[in-house]
Each structure stands twice: as structure tokens, then as C-alpha cells.
Design a binder for this molecule. Sequence first.
Ligand code: FES
Length: 112
Amino acid sequence: MAEVTFLPRNKMIKVKAGTSLLETSKRARVVIPARCGGNASCLMCKVIVEDPTTILPLTQNEKEKLSEDQVSGNIRLACQAKVFNKKVVVKIPESPLNKVIQAQLQNKNKMI
Ligand code: FES
């Protein structure tokens, strides 16, 4: 079994080794954006893995779709990356749309 923690919500769940991070997030009721059904085509499910040795190596799809900078920054596709038999910590990046909405709400509050 692998123990997977999703940040920033700090939600932990145990799953069998070999389970994808996307499937793990669904079981933990943590939302990772995904529109292609896990086919490595929408590229919306990017996550940051704190320790890349805790998940299986890059899949061929990830090698083709992720840049060198993304790979060196421990970014993985949640639908492709599978947990290994260890403690795994996964950061889900904040969506750019949420950042824009939060900034506008803060500006609106300042005006009131
Ligand atoms: S779910 Fe579309 S690329 Fe992962």
C-alpha cells in the first residue's frame, strides 16, 4: 500500500501501489482538473510530486507531452503517474482562473 497526501488540502489516502494519481485523487475526493478521461491529451491534470522516487518513472506519454523544465520541476500528469510503495506527497497547483477570480474579489472588497 502507498500513502498519498494531496496538498494544499492535506488530504491523505492509502491505495495499492500502481494506482494512478488521478484515480487516487478521485478516491480521496480531491479535485484534479481532467477532461480527456486520462488519455494524456488535455494536459490539465498536471501535479507536482515532492519526491519523484515515490512514484513510478515517467511514462512514454509523459516523456512526449512534458517539457524538460516541467520534468525537472517534478511535474507529472496525474492520469499517467502511478504511485509506488511509499509515502507520496502531491501538490495540486492553483488554477490560473481561481487566481484571477481571487484577485478581482480582493480588489472589489478594497473598493467597498
Ligand atoms: S486527464 Fe487529460 S492529460 Fe491527464
